[in-house]
Design a protein around this ligand. Structure first.
Ligand code: GLN
Length: 480
């Protein structure tokens, strides 16, 4: 395999042996990027010059866990001195004066930043079609979307444009694009990873996590980014285990919950078959499938779209054309505000600000936001109940494989439905992973989602790794 196709662990082995330098790895990665970026459009910004500087520094230092490893970062995570756009006109020229905690930790580990990846504007979407700049394409079929909102990160990993990437997940934005691009995506427990420097979308749901070629690579990155951070009061002061340790342990006797509400009539047949085959495979590895019920699943999307839009309307109030970011002129302050927000935000972001502002407005707050919070508690309790009898829950990640560019863009409700299997996990704050579990007849990847208890990423990694290593889905690469 060529250097640009290697994941974190493999690349580290190659670099540690000597014979190959971080600069040679970068040569291979940028050659690949130059060959396919025009088609895939995974990156908003390429950081070629900085990357060679970082690679040289890594070569000199050598010791860091990620020394010389080329990684891509979703463009809603602040990188000091490097433009961070959120794929929005509003932040098109925004250069953060500070480093996010996660990228700060990657820097300490010696990583090499290859570029900032495309997303749905402010991470609102499931296809990257809401990017203000361009739509990223799925490397398995360029007529299709890569999923979203971390579509650029997932496409870049899948197509060999980096060894791994970071994404963010508010309702599925790490797991769904990972599933649709045939790679691994891990959303850690709410509070496991600092969000300092992540541009806020819905603060009670947002979480940063890795998108990688293997489960082990996801564990390696989680080891580096996890942990309490004084700059994020929602990050949990929990002990950090070595997340790579469970990779390689058996899963004999593990009880795997299969929620009956997740195998619904509207679901694609090939997806259903692949996920049920994956459950059989877990059984062959010694796990015990158990039917469980998550009775409030039907309310998850409605609940999410009230809470997420409410929080977004509040978080996005800061973009007023005064403090930073885009400013449109106006004859006075009010007109400046209005022009800035009218021109700076795209249609989906405006839709959400309006929905959220309505849900929070006086007289409606209790009926919408207050009610949604109550339903959220019920959804969380569903999982607590299920986890009394199982160690892990297995579901599809997405109800369909990658859809065509434009297929759902005109119908926001159809688009929102693609999050049906991922959203509850954010509402409950649980960790979840998507691992490749098959392909459709059209050669489109399908993902298996595994959900764990709060702060039990170890079981998630253990089961996902055992499954992955007993199949060869993760070894396939798109022919591009
Ligand atoms: N697709 C969901 C949304 O549009 C989730 C996005 C995300 O996780 N950032 O809100």
């Amino acid at each position: 395999m060529e250097l640009h196709q290697l994941g974190v662990e493999e690349l580290k082995n190659v670099l540690d042996k000597g014979g190959v330098s971080p600069a040679e790895v970068l040569d291979s990665v940028f050659k690949r990027i130059d060959a396919i970026q025009e088609k895939v459009k995974a990156f908003v910004t390429l950081t070629r010059e900085q990357a060679y500087g970082m690679a040289a520094a890594a070569g000199a230092r050598g010791a860091g866990a990620l020394a010389g490893i080329p990684i891509a970062i979703k463009d809603n995570i602040c990188t000091k001195g490097i433009r961070t756009t959120c794929s929005s006109r509003m932040l098109e020229n925004f250069v953060p004066p500070y480093e996010s905690t996660v990228t700060g930790r990657l820097l300490e580990a010696g990583y090499v930043l290859v570029g900032k990846t495309n997303l749905d504007e402010f991470a609102m979407g499931s296809s990257t079609e809401n990017s203000a700049f361009f739509t990223t394409r799925n490397p398995w079929d360029l007529d299709r979307i890569p999923g979203g909102s971390s579509g650029g990160s997932a496409a870049a990993v899948s197509a060999g444009m980096c060894a791994a990437a970071l994404g963010s997940d508010t309702g599925g934005s790490i797991r769904q694009p990972a599933s649709l691009c045939g790679v691994v995506g891990l959303k850690p427990t709410y509070g496991r990873v600092s969000r300092h420097g992540l541009v806020a979308f819905a603060s009670s749901l947002d979480q940063i996590g890795p998108i990688t070629k293997t489960v082990k690579d996801a564990a390696i990155l989680l080891n580096i980014i996890a942990g309490h951070d004084a700059a994020d009061s929602t990050s949990a002061p929990m002990p950090i285990p070595d997340f790579t340790r469970p990779a390689g342990m058996d899963i004999k006797g593990f009880r795997v919950g299969i929620p009956k509400e997740y195998f619904i009539p509207g679901m694609d047949r090939e997806v259903e078959a692949a996920v049920l085959a994956a459950v059989k495979q877990l059984e062959a590895l010694g796990a015990i499938p158990v039917e469980v019920s998550l009775p409030h699943t039907a309310y998850a999307i409605a609940t999410y779209y009230i809470l997420a839009t409410s929080e977004a309307s509040s978080n996005l109030a800061r973009y007023d054309g005064v403090k930073y970011g885009f400013r449109a002129g106006g004859k006075d302050l009010l007109e400046t505000y209005m022009n800035t927000r009218a021109q700076g935000f795209g249609p989906e972001v405006k839709r959400r600000i309006m929905l959220g502002t309505y849900a929070l407005s006086s007289g409606y707050y209790e009926a919408y936001y207050g009610r949604a919070q109550q339903v959220r508690t019920l959804i969380k309790k569903d999982f607590e109940e299920a986890f009394k009898s199982v160690d892990i829950i297995a579901t599809p990640t997405s109800p369909t494989a990658a859809f065509k560019v434009g297929e759902k863009a005109a119908d926001p409700l159809q688009m929102y439905l693609s999050d049906i299997f991922t959203i509850s996990i954010n509402l409950a704050g649980l960790p979840g992973i998507s691992v490749p579990c098959g392909f459709t007849r059209e050669e489109l990847p399908i993902g298996l989602q595994l959900i764990g208890r709060h702060f039990d990423e170890e079981t998630v990694i253990r089961v996902a790794h055992a499954y992955e290593q007993s199949t060869d889905w993760h070894g396939r690469r798109p022919k591009l």
